[in-house]
Design a protein around this ligand. Structure first.
Ligand code: EPU
Length: 420
């Protein structure tokens, strides 16, 4: 078993380069299955989710070769299978994007229901309704989604809520639908735009990505091409919050500052000093943090994927703060573990309320999902004494070399192996 050990209270200082965006990379890789050519995908984060998807692509006959640790050359001209193995699908939630890619290109897909972080029920009904609107039959048998179509036809699809997964999945399939598809109430997250840009680079005709209405004009086939994944806004935000909680001075580099507007605004409200340039943001902590209210929302609102990290920071503010989780019903599961470190907050329905400034003290805790793990690391960095975090595999799924990166900023953080 692996554990992360943190001896807290070192203010983080220095600069850090941000990796490629996990949630863009995990959409672009399955989308490459739809290409039928050779794609060179650069700035991939070195994380378990990417390794798992590459293994899944290889299992379907894609030829994958890393030119360097973050550049993958993938040839999908000879796909031999349209069925994804159960274990490979359960390793990562993004395996659901193989549905759109295989259905679009081959009109045939057998993809098991996905795994991923346990944040509530996480249905995929909007994805399936979208595929059906394009003309596919969708049958669910023994936990496998079976999609078949003679051909796909463009349709007007309205999403009940702007689901990231459904928007991307339908967009990938619709690339091959005859005529024009319109996705209304589409998600606007940066990784939607990035996936659309990748697909357009290899021959798709997608307009409006990043707005609530996406229009896709179908094409018969895609080709290959080179593409660079955008920087990760959630990794960026995690380091920004870590800088704030340790009273540090950190510059996050190789980023898109605009993607961070909702977090930057909140950190300023709390008293941090933030400056930014073309591709960097500097966060200087405050001697006393002010409380504030945070509500998660679809982009450009405050991201749910930074909610656990932000709640941890709010525990250090001088006064009561509230955080409201509007996207996932069970994204407060980390709070029990955070309380072991001294957090004082209680959950009332969708809202978590902090009591005011708390002193974190080191303890043994377990990460229950990816961002829960990030929140525990952040608490450990400002805690008095030693924090030992289990469930490290969750962090490895989504953060590249995080101990190394935190260490380069002055944190006392190591990974150890031990039996229990
Ligand atoms: N929803 C449905 N039906 C659907 C799809 C979604 O009811 O068919 C609901 C969900 O239950 C949820 C809401 O709609 O309440 C939004 O879900 P969404 O589909 O947007 O989320 P997702 O595609 O499952 C992606 C990210 C998550 C991120 C969310 C929200 C990937 C692989 N995952 O999940 O990332 O939290 O969007 O931004 O891109 C993470 O990185 O830690 C992570 C969990």
């Amino acid at each position: 078993m692996e554990y992360i050990v943190i001896n807290g209270q070192n203010p983080l200082k220095g600069s850090i380069s941000i990796s490629g965006a996990k949630n863009a990379a995990v959409a672009i890789l399955p989308a490459a299955i739809a290409s039928g050519g050779v794609c060179v995908i650069d700035n991939l984060p070195q994380i378990e989710d990417v390794c798992n998807l590459v293994a899944a692509m290889e299992s379907m006959g894609a030829k994958c070769k890393f030119e360097n640790p973050d550049t993958l050359v993938v040839d999908t001209s000879k796909i031999t299978g349209h069925t994804l193995d159960d274990k490979l699908a359960k390793n990562t939630r993004a395996s659901y994007y193989f549905m759109g890619a295989l259905l679009g290109r081959f009109k045939y897909a057998d993809v098991p229901l996905p795994g991923g972080c346990d944040l509530g029920s996480r249905p995929i009904d909007y994805h399936l309704k979208g595929f059906a609107a394009l003309g596919a039959t969708c049958i669910q048998e023994h936990g496998v989604v079976k999609l078949r179509a003679e051909k796909l036809r463009g349709a007007n699809i309205y999403l009940d809520c702007p689901s990231v997964g459904a928007t991307i999945n339908i967009m990938i399939a619709a690339v091959f639908a005859e005529g024009t598809t319109t996705i209304e109430n589409a998600a606007k997250e940066p990784h939607i735009v990035d996936t659309a840009n990748f697909l357009n680079k290899i021959g798709a005709k997608i307009g409006g990505a990043g707005t609530g209405t996406i229009r896709i004009v179908g094409v018969p086939a895609l080709g290959g091409g080179e593409y660079t994944v955008i920087p990760d806004p959630i990794e960026t935000g995690t380091y920004m919050i870590a800088a704030a909680i340790t009273g540090g001075d950190v510059t996050v580099e190789n980023i898109i500052p605009k993607h961070m507007d909702s977090l930057t605004a909140k950190l300023r409200e709390m008293g941090c000093t933030i400056s930014e340039g073309g591709d960097w943001i500097r966060v200087q902590g405050a001697s006393a943090l002010r409380p504030c209210e945070v509500k998660t929302a679809y982009y450009p609102g405050f991201p749910t994927d930074l909610q656990p990290q932000m709640a941890t920071l709010l525990c250090r503010a001088q006064g009561t703060s509230t955080i409201t989780e509007n996207i996932f019903e069970h994204r407060y599961r980390y709070i029990g573990e955070l309380k072991r470190l001294g957090a004082q907050l209680k959950v009332e329905g969708r809202m978590a309320v902090t009591k005011g400034f708390c002193e974190f003290t080191g303890a043994r805790v377990i990460a229950s999902d990816l961002r829960a793990g990030a929140a525990l690391v952040i608490a450990g960095l400002c805690a008095k004494g030693q924090t030992v975090i289990g469930g490290v595999s969750h962090l490895d799924r989504g953060y590249e070399r995080f101990e190394e990166k935190f260490r380069s900023l002055g944190a006392d953080i190591t990974r150890i192996q031990r039996d229990s």
